[in-house]
Design a protein around this ligand. Structure first.
Ligand SMILES: [Zn+2]
Length: 113
């Protein structure tokens, strides 16, 4: 798992730089999530128990345009396409049934997101 986690960390750093390069402001959202918090989120209906955040393989990025927080897929759609071009295991939350535009992950099996 460690090699994949390191690949994810390196790729997410590139993703953040790319977001700035194409004109967006970026701040960190959630990255690592404890299994306890993931279970609580699942209970509340705001997340899933087996989230890749618990494996240090997912990051939520907050995007801003001219200082205004973006709540839809603006910017994320372009970044998601860039992210997915890195390989088949790179997943973007905009493709999930329950849209999660600021979520980017590297999936061990290409399915979990
Ligand atoms: Zn997420």
């Amino acid at each position: 798992m460690s090699a994949l986690q390191e690949e994810f960390t390196r790729a997410s750093a590139r993703l953040i730089l790319h977001a700035f390069d194409i004109g967006y402001g970026v701040t960190y959202g959630e990255t690592y999530r404890t299994p306890e918090q993931a279970a609580l989120n699942a209970q509340r209906g705001t997340g899933v128990t087996n989230s890749l955040h618990t494996d240090r393989l997912a990051i939520d990025l907050n995007l801003f345009k001219d200082g205004v927080y973006i709540t839809d897929d603006t910017g994320h759609r372009q970044l998601g396409a860039w992210w997915k071009a890195l390989g088949p295991r790179y997943r973007w939350g905009g493709d999930l049934a329950k849209k999660d535009y600021n979520h980017y992950s590297l999936s061990p099996d290409g399915v979990r997101a």
